[in-house]
Design a protein around this ligand. Structure first.
Ligand SMILES: Cc1cc2nc3c(=O)[nH]c(=O)nc-3n(C[C@H](O)[C@H](O)[C@H](O)COP(=O)(O)OP(=O)(O)OC[C@H]3O[C@@H](n4cnc5c(N)ncnc54)[C@H](O)[C@@H]3O)c2cc1C
Length: 768
C-alpha cells in the first residue's frame, strides 16, 4: 500500500500561490495531495497582462497561466469560485463559503490584495469600478461598447495602463490625479512631464492636483465633482489608487497581521504549518505589490514546504516599467538626489530621451530612463550590487551618446534581462545553447523570461539576435564563491540544503575543495551559510580561534568596553613565555591578539587566559571602541561595555565597527558612532548619516540594538552597515527603529538570537 500523502491546501489561486505550488511540485512532486481554493471563477492567469488584454495586445486565453490539464496532470483538486471563510488552526481545517470543511497538514495563504475603493459619496453607483480581475477587465470592455466618456482616478502605473486600454477601446479618457505630476513615486518632474506630454499626444486628458469630492448621477455615474467646485462628466469611473492586502481571513483566525500577514524569512506565520506569500504577506515590515519579489518569495516557500529548508527570503530592491504601448519608462531606487547625493542626467530633447542616475558617493542609488529603457536592467543590477563605480562605469551608464557601444555584448552575464522572473543574460545564453531555442516564445517556455509583465519581450528578442549573430563570442561564465571552488554561492547553499551538509568540513570534502583549509573568503562564508541554514546547529570545527595561512591560530579574546585588568595582562605574559608565542599585538580597535598558537595548545591557552572563551572572527561586531580623549568617559565606557556584552555572540552580514565617544572631539569615520554631546547621544552611521539624538543612555542603547538587528535581517552577505543604510535610506531606517512596536520586536529578536548563539558556545565548552 502507498504511503499516505500530506495534505497541502492553498487559499488563493493567484500568481503567488500558483508559483509556490509549481516550486513545490519541482522539489517534491509526489509528497502532497494538493487542493487549491480560488474565489475567482477561473484557473490561474497572469494578472499583469490584464493591461495588455485591455489594450488589445492579448486575449483572455493568452494570459492563462495553467490550464485544466496542468491541474489534472499534477493531480491538483482545483476549487474555483469557492472562498475560504474560516481557518481552524487547532483542528487544522478550513471552511468555505459553501460550508465545505477540509483538513490540511500544511496551509498556504495567498489571498493577494483588494483594490482600494475610496468611499466617496456616489461610489456605489453603477459604472464605478476597480481594475484588478478578469471580470473587471470584461466589464470595462462591455462599458466601452455602450458609453463614451471614462475617468480614471489615479495617475500611477495601474491608472495609466487602464486609461491607455480605455483609449484603445475608443473611449474619451480623463485621468484625475491628486498629486501635481504623474507617477510621482517613481518619476521626477522632468520624466513625469515627458510622460504627460506623450500620453496627451496619445489622446489622454489630465486633471492634476484634483481632489474628487463626489461622484454624481442617478443610478449610473454621470461625472465627478472636485473639492475646488469644478466637475467633469464620465459614464465610467475606474478607481486605480492602490491596493490593500487581503488579510481579514487571517485576522479572524488568530494569525498575526499588521499591514499584511506577518511572515518570517521562511514565509512562516506565527502558527505552525501556516504560511503566507504574495501581496497578502508582510515580510520585514514590507508588503510587496509587484511580481518579482512575490516570485522570489514563492521560490523560498516552495523549498520550505518541500522540507529542503534553509533558503531564506531577505527582501527585494524594487523597480518598475510602465506597460503602455508607445511609452518606454523605467524607474528604480532613489530618483531625487537627497543629502550627499548627486545626479548625472542626459536629456536628448530632440528625441525625448531622458536618463537620470542618482549617486551616493560612487554608488548608484537610483535611475530613471525615459524614451530608451534598454539599460534599465543594467542600472538595476548596479543599484542592487551596491558597489563603487569607476568614472568609466558611470559614463558607460549614459553610453547612448556613443553609438558605437555594443550594449548587449558589454552586458555582464549576471545582468537581468527579465526582472519579474530573474532571468539573466547568462541564463538566456545557456538556454539557447542547451535547448536550441530560436524564438522569444521558446525562451519563455524554458525560463519564463517575458512571461509575466511582458515588458522585456524586445530585450529578449534583441538578446536572441545577438546570440545568433557574428558578434557573439561568449562562453558561459559563472562567478564562483572564491578561487577554491567552481561552485557559485547559490549552488553551495543548494548543495548544503539538498545533501544536508552540517559542517564546514563536510562542505569542503563533499564539494571537493582542493585545499581543505580554504581561503579567507570561504573560511568566513561557509560557517555563515551553515549558520543561516541550521541556526541551532553548532559547527563542531569551531575552535574559537582564527586559522592563519601558516596553520597556526590567532586568538582575540573579548575585552568588554576595551578594559583589560592587570591580572589578565599578567596571564597573557605567562602564556607568551610558556608557549613561545611569536607575537601579541594590540589591534587598531583596541583588541589584544595572541598569534601563532598551535592547534594542540588552544584548549590550554583558553583555560589559562581566564577570559570569556570566544574569539572575535567572521563578520561580527568589532569590539566597541571607547573614548581616548580627556573628557569624562564613565558613561560612555559603561555604554560600550553593555553593547559589547549584548552583541558578542551575534554574526552580521559584514563586520561592524562601532565607536563610542565621550564628547564631540576628534570624530572618526566608523560604521557606527555613538557620541555624547550637550544634546544627548548622537548616533551616526558611516560618515554622513545622523540616525538620531537620544537624550537618555538607555534609549541610545535600544536604538543601536534595533538598528543592528534590522541590518542583520535585511542586508545581504558582505554588505556593510553604511552601504546598506545608503541603499534603503536613512529615513526608512529611522522610521523603523523609532517605531515603538518595530523597535521592541527587533530588540526581542536580537536577544533571542544572541542567547541561541551563547548556548551553542556553552555546548561546545561542555563537549570539549
Ligand atoms: C492590471 C494590473 C497590472 C499589473 N501590472 C504589474 C506589472 O507590470 N508588474 C508587476 O510586478 N506587477 C503588476 N501587477 C501586480 C501583480 O499582478 C500582483 O503583484 C500579483 O498578481 C499578486 O499576486 P498574488 O497571488 O499575491 O495576488 P492575486 O494575484 O491577487 O491572487 C490572489 C487570489 O486569491 C483569491 N482569494 C482571495 N481571498 C480568497 C479566499 N478567502 N478564498 C479563496 N480565494 C481567495 C483572489 O480572488 C485572487 O484570485 C499588476 C496588477 C494589475 C491588477
Amino acid at each position: 500500500m502507498g504511503q499516505q500523502k500530506e495534505k497541502l491546501v492553498l487559499i488563493g489561486n493567484g500568481m503567488a500561490g500558483i508559483r509556490t505550488i509549481e516550486e513545490v511540485l519541482d522539489h517534491s512532486p509526489d509528497t502532497f495531495e494538493i487542493t487549491i481554493f480560488g474565489s475567482e471563477p477561473h484557473a490561474s492567469y497572469n494578472r499583469l497582462q490584464l493591461s495588455s488584454v485591455l489594450q488589445g495586445g492579448q486575449s483572455f486565453a493568452g494570459i492563462e497561466l495553467n490550464n485544466a490539464d496542468w491541474y489534472d496532470e499534477n493531480r491538483i483538486d482545483l476549487r474555483t469560485g469557492e472562498t475560504v471563510e474560516q481557518i481552524d488552526s487547532e483542528a487544522k481545517t478550513i471552511t468555505t463559503d459553501s460550508q465545505l470543511e477540509f483538513s490540511y497538514d500544511k496551509l498556504i495563504i495567498a489571498t493577494g490584495s483588494n483594490p482600494i475603493f475610496i468611499p466617496l459619496p456616489g461610489a456605489d453607483k453603477e459604472g464605478v469600478m476597480a481594475f484588478r480581475t478578469i471580470n473587471d477587465c470584461k466589464k470595462m470592455m462591455e462599458t466601452a461598447g455602450r458609453y463614451k466618456k471614462a475617468a480614471v482616478i489615479g495617475g500611477g502605473l495601474l491608472g495609466l495602463e487602464a486609461a491607455r486600454g480605455l483609449l484603445n477601446l475608443g473611449m474619451e479618457v480623463d485621468v484625475v490625479h491628486l498629486a501635481g505630476r504623474l507617477m510621482e513615486r517613481q518619476l521626477d518632474p522632468t520624466a513625469a512631464g515627458l510622460l504627460k506630454e506623450e500620453l496627451e499626444a496619445q489622446g489622454m486628458n489630465f486633471f492634476l492636483e484634483k481632489d474628487t469630492s463626489e461622484l454624481f448621477g442617478n443610478e449610473r455615474v454621470e461625472g465627478l465633482r472636485f473639492q475646488d467646485g469644478t466637475q467633469i462628466s464620465a459614464d465610467l469611473v475606474v478607481m486605480a489608487v492602490g491596493v490593500k492586502p487581503n488579510i481579514e481571513l487571517a485576522q479572524c483566525s488568530g494569525i498575526h497581521t499588521n499591514k499584511g500577514i506577518i511572515v518570517d524569512d521562511h514565509l512562516r506565520t506565527n502558527i505552525p504549518d501556516i504560511y503566507a506569500v504574495g501581496e497578502c504577506a508582510e515580510h520585514r515590515d514590507v508588503v510587496y505589490a509587484l511580481v518579482k519579489p512575490i516570485y522570489k518569495q514563492a521560490k523560498v516557500l516552495g523549498k520550505e514546504i518541500s522540507g529542503i529548508g534553509g533558503s531564506v527570503y531577505r527582501g527585494t530592491v524594487l523597480s518598475m516599467q510602465l506597460k503602455v504601448s508607445g511609452v518606454d519608462v523605467f524607474s528604480a531606487g532613489e530618483f531625487i538626489p537627497g543629502e550627499g547625493q548627486k545626479s548625472l542626467t542626459v536629456f536628448d530633447e530632440l528625441n525625448d530621451h531622458y536618463k537620470k542616475f542618482v549617486f551616493h558617493g560612487d554608488q548608484l542609488a537610483g535611475a530613471i530612463l525615459f524614451g530608451d529603457t534598454r539599460d534599465g536592467m543594467h542600472a538595476l543590477g548596479q543599484i542592487v550590487e551596491d558597489k563603487d563605480l569607476s568614472e568609466e562605469e558611470k559614463q558607460a551608464l549614459i553610453h547612448a551618446v556613443h553609438p558605437s557601444y555594443d550594449r548587449i555584448a558589454e552586458m555582464p552575464q549576471t545582468e537581468l534581462v527579465c526582472n519579474c522572473n530573474a532571468v539573466s543574460k547568462g541564463m538566456i545564453i545557456e538556454t539557447v545553447q542547451a535547448s536550441g531555442a530560436t524564438s522569444v516564445e521558446g525562451i519563455k517556455k524554458e525560463t519564463n523570461a517575458s512571461g509575466s509583465c511582458g515588458s522585456c519581450k524586445s530585450a529578449v528578442a534583441e538578446m536572441l539576435d545577438y546570440i545568433h549573430s557574428d558578434r557573439f563570442d561568449e562562453a558561459i561564465e559563472v562567478a564562483s564563491l572564491c578561487s577554491c571552488t567552481d561552485y557559485t554561492e547559490e549552488q553551495i547553499v543548494e548543495e548544503i540544503q539538498v545533501r544536508e551538509l552540517q559542517t564546514v568540513q563536510e562542505v569542503v570534502s563533499t564539494l571537493d575543495w582542493p585545499i581543505q583549509e580554504g581561503c579567507y573568503i570561504c573560511r568566513d562564508a561557509l560557517p555563515y551559510y551553515l549558520g543561516m541554514i541550521h541556526p541551532h546547529l553548532h559547527l563542531m570545527e569551531d575552535k574559537n580561534a582564527e586559522l592563519q595561512n601558516d596553520g597556526t591560530y590567532t586568538i582575540t579574546p573579548p575585552l568588554y568596553g576595551g578594559f583589560v585588568s592587570p591580572e589578565q595582562l599578567a596571564r597573557v605574559s605567562a602564556l607568551i613565555k610558556q608557549f613561545h608565542l611569536p607575537d601579541v599585538t594590540i589591534t587598531s580597535d583596541q583588541r589584544l591578539q595572541l598569534m601563532g598558537v598551535k592547534e594542540g595548545q588552544l584548549d590550554t591557552v583558553w583555560e589559562q587566559l581566564g577570559m570569556p572563551e570566544r574569539s572575535i572572527k567572521g563578520f561580527s561586531v568589532q569590539p566597541v571602541e571607547t573614548p581616548s580623549c580627556a573628557c569624562d568617559p564613565t558613561e560612555t565606557r559603561a555604554l560600550a561595555f553593555h553593547l559589547d556584552k549584548q552583541l558578542e555572540f551575534l554574526q552580521f552580514p559584514a563586520t561592524v565597527k562601532i565607536e563610542t565617544k565621550a564628547c564631540a572631539h576628534d570624530p572618526k569615520t566608523t560604521d557606527l558612532l555613538i557620541g555624547r554631546t550637550t544634546l544627548g547621544w548622537e548616533i551616526h552611521i558611516g560618515s554622513n548619516d545622523l540616525l538620531y539624538v537620544a537624550e537618555e543612555t538607555e534609549d541610545a542603547f535600544e536604538l543601536v540594538l534595533a538598528l543592528l538587528q534590522y541590518y542583520r535581517q535585511a542586508a545581504s552577505y558582505r554588505e556593510t552597515l553604511p552601504r546598506w543604510v545608503t541603499k534603503v535610506g536613512i529615513i526608512h531606517v529611522r522610521e523603523i527603529v523609532l517605531d515603538n512596536d518595530f523597535r521592541n520586536r527587533l530588540i526581542k529578536q536580537l536577544k533571542t538570537d544572541a542567547s541561541i548563539n551563547e548556548n551553542k558556545t556553552a555546548i561546545v565548552k561542555l563537549d570539549i
